[in-house]
Design a protein around this ligand. Structure first.
Ligand code: A3P
Ligand code: MG
Ligand code: MG
Length: 366
């Protein structure tokens, strides 16, 4: 039998504002250009503005694409947490451990129709949540069997634009250590999305302590000397140029996702590359993450409220902790447009493949 957490009318969540805890990075890891794990920050990129007029289609035939049909579970995140625990000699205090992407889906639920499926398991007083990979694959297969878009653009090319924009907007070393030649020849650099830098933060919702891992695109200046200080991360996005009233409405809806994603890791700045319909970079604009909800509310087009997203998530996580009180693997599911999130058990014992043996072997020693 499935338990249901209702996604009530958003007004249900506006009475109080949840005290917001600032996410603090306590660990990180990188994937190198072959997607090999590295317990360091070697894949951080520095932001350096791109030149408008660039064609985001350039180099598509040389795209080094990461094969994401392989289920990576929480492996790299757990490995990083274990390393951190080995250094400090104690277990982290989070009650929820997951990828940033999972909480992005939860936080957006009061205002979107997106379907999702996740697996969760309780291990040593902490709930570990991963994406249900089989569900994602099924969805993807369905999407690729759809008829082509009306404008003839291939979704794969449009996805490439996002990565190409990242390559055009970043450099692998700080400004002062990068040659003009490199900066000017970025258009010839192959685009490779196997390489990533991931930040691991401690944050909170209501009285739930959450540990999140997520990719960050670039840094503005440099990491502060003192651990836990805010970091000037930059999130990079591409979006269609805003021409009509309707474009502004769609963009304001998209801003909810951008805001949630950046809020969760404490990314203060989002840089959007606006492109023409066929992928020419037209304009680059900077957004302060914390100002986005006010700007969107001021325009009054798309109706979403950041405080509602936060409050909803706080209540949902509290409910999850109350109900996942036993061994086994649980499914967290929301159907398309459904007005509730369901929770039911799919395995009676064990932790599925969510918590790795390495992690459990380490924790036994602790
Ligand atoms: P854009 O967001 O500029 O389109 P992120 O924005 O999270 O850093 O992701 C970088 C790029 O990965 C995106 O660039 C997009 O091309 C691709 N991407 C991320 N999430 C996606 C999703 N759910 N579906 C399709 N493409 C995605
Ligand atoms: Mg990214
Ligand atoms: Mg990005």
């Amino acid at each position: 039998m499935a338990l249901k957490f209702p996604i009530y009318a958003p007004s249900r969540y506006t009475d109080t504002n949840e005290p917001v805890k600032r996410p603090r990075e306590f660990a990180c890891f990188s994937y190198d250009h072959d997607h090999k794990f590295r317990q360091d920050d070697s894949s951080v990129k520095w932001y350096y503005p791109p030149s408008p007029g660039a064609d985001l289609c350039t180099g598509y035939d040389r795209f080094i694409r990461h094969d994401d049909s392989i289920d990576e579970h929480l492996d790299s995140l757990l490995r990083t947490i274990a390393t951190h625990e080995q250094q400090t000699g104690e277990a982290i205090d989070a009650q929820i451990v997951t990828w940033r992407g999972m909480l992005t889906k939860i936080m957006g639920a009061p205002f979107d129709n997106e379907e999702f499926e996740m697996n969760a398991t309780l291990y040593r007083n902490c709930i570990f949540i991963e994406e249900h990979h089989g569900f994602k694959e099924k969805k993807r297969a369905l999407e690729s069997s759809r008829p082509p878009r009306r404008d003839g653009m291939s979704p794969k090319m449009m996805q490439y634009w996002g990565y190409k924009f990242e390559t055009l907007s970043t450099i692998p070393r700080p400004w002062g250590e990068t040659s003009r030649d490199y900066i000017e020849s970025r258009d010839e650099e192959p685009v490779n999305n196997k390489e990533q830098y991931c930040s691991v933060v401690r944050t909170g919702f209501g009285n739930t302590v959450v540990c999140l891992g997520g990719e960050v695109d670039a840094i503005w200046d440099s990491k502060p000397e003192t651990p836990g200080e805010p970091i000037n991360w930059v999130e990079l996005k591409t979006s269609a140029e805003i021409v009509t009233y309707n474009d502004q409405f769609s963009f304001d809806r998209k801003l909810m996702k951008y805001w949630i994603q950046s809020f969760l890791l404490g990314v203060p700045k989002i840089i959007v590359g606006f492109r023409t319909r066929d992928g020419i970079l037209a304009k680059v604009e900077e957004f302060q993450t914390r100002s986005i909800p006010y700007a969107v509310q001021g325009r009054g087009l798309a109706k979403w409220d950041g405080n509602v997203c936060i409050r909803f998530t706080a209540l949902f996580l509290e409910w999850l902790r109350l109900n996942i009180a036993d061994d086994g693997v649980w499914r967290i599911r929301r159907g398309r447009g459904s007005d509730s999130i369901e929770l039911f058990r799919v395995e009676e014992a064990g932790h599925g493949e969510i918590v790795t043996d390495d992690f459990m072997n380490w924790r036994i020693k602790l």
